[in-house]
Design a protein around this ligand. Structure first.
Ligand code: MF3
Ligand code: CO
Length: 249
C-alpha cells in the first residue's frame, strides 16, 4: 500500500529532508584529500543531531554509521573507517538519512575530490541528470515505471549501466515504504502516480556492467567488474502541479 501524505505531513517530510540537504552541503565542504571516512561520518552525525534529528541509517538493520560513504567502485552502503582516507581524484558517494518529527529524509550525492579525470566527472553528471530525467516523469496520471524507464534510457544512451539489485523507495514515517522504484524497466507499468506520494528516487550508475557484489563486511556493495559507480538521490513529492524536490535547499 502506498501511503499518501497530507499537506501537514509533507511539510514535516520536507523539514527532515532539508536537514539532509544541509548536511550534504556541509560535508561537501569538509571533503578534501586526507580526511578519513570515519571523520566525515562523525561530522555528519554531529550536524544532524545538532539540528534535533536522528541519523536514519545508524542501527538500521545493524548498519554501524550515520553516513554511507562509497568510493570509486563502491556503489552504496560503504562503511566509514578510520583507516580509509579520501584521496585526490576519488569519486565519493555520500548517502544520508535524517529522522525528524516522525518522518525520514533521504538523499545521496556523488562528488569528485580535487582534480578528477573527465570520466569521473561525466559519470557524476550523468547520474545526476538521469535523476532529473526520472523526475520529469513523476507526474500525476503517469505510472511508476515511467520514472524507471526514463532513468535507464538516459543512462544507457550515455554508455552507462544501471544497477538492478538496489532500488528507490517510498518514504515517510518509515525510511522504506512501498513502492519499490527500480531505475530500469519498461514504461507504463506499476501503480498510477498520485498527489501526496513521497518517493526517494536514487539512480546508481556503473561505468561497466550493472552487476554488483557485497563485500565480506556484509554492507559495502561494489561493482562486480571494479568499474566506477555513482549515486544520486532525492526525496520528492508528487503534486498536482508537478514534482517537488524536498531534499534540496
Ligand atoms: N539511502 C539508502 C536507502 O535508501 C540507505 C540505507 S542503507 C542503511 O536504502 F542501511 F545504511 F541505512
Ligand atoms: Co534511499
Amino acid at each position: 500500500m502506498i501511503i499518501l501524505k497530507s499537506p501537514r505531513e509533507l511539510e514535516l517530510i520536507r523539514q527532515a529532508n532539508q536537514i539532509v540537504a544541509e548536511t550534504h552541503l556541509y560535508l561537501a565542504e569538509k571533503i578534501t584529500t586526507g580526511i578519513s571516512t570515519y571523520e566525515i561520518d562523525r561530522l555528519g552525525e554531529e550536524f544532524i543531531r545538532d539540528r534535533g534529528a536522528i541519523p536514519s541509517f545508524k542501527g538500521y538493520r545493524g548498519y554501524p554509521a550515520s553516513v554511507c560513504i562509497s568510493i570509486n567502485e563502491e556503489v552504496v552502503h560503504g562503511i566509514p573507517s578510520k583507516k580509509r582516507m579520501v584521496k585526490e581524484g576519488d569519486l565519493v558517494s555520500l548517502d544520508i538519512g535524517a529522522f525528524y518529527q516522525g518522518f525520514h529524509g533521504d538523499a545521496a550525492r556523488s562528488i569528485g575530490v580535487g582534480k578528477v579525470v573527465p570520466e569521473v566527472q561525466r559519470l557524476i553528471e550523468t547520474t545526476e541528470q538521469s535523476f532529473y530525467c526520472g523526475i520529469d516523469q513523476a507526474l500525476v496520471g503517469n505510472r511508476l515505471s515511467d520514472i524507471s524507464h526514463a532513468i535507464q534510457q538516459f543512462a544507457e544512451a550515455r554508455g552507462y549501466s544501471v544497477v538492478r539489485e538496489y532500488v528507490g523507495h517510498g518514504i515517510g514515517r518509515k525510511m522504506h515504504e512501498a513502492p519499490q522504484i527500480p531505475n530500469f524497466g519498461l514504461p507504463g507499468r506499476g501503480p498510477l502516480l498520485k498527489a501526496g506520494m513521497t518517493l526517494a528516487i536514487e539512480p546508481m550508475l556503473n561505468a561497466g556492467s550493472y552487476q554488483v557484489k557485497v563485500l565480506n563486511d556484509r554492507w559495502t556493495v561494489v561493482t562486480a567488474d571494479a568499474s566506477l559507480s555513482a549515486h544520486y538521490e532525492n526525496t520528492i513529492a508528487i503534486s498536482a502541479d508537478g514534482p517537488i524536490i524536498l531534499s534540496k535547499i
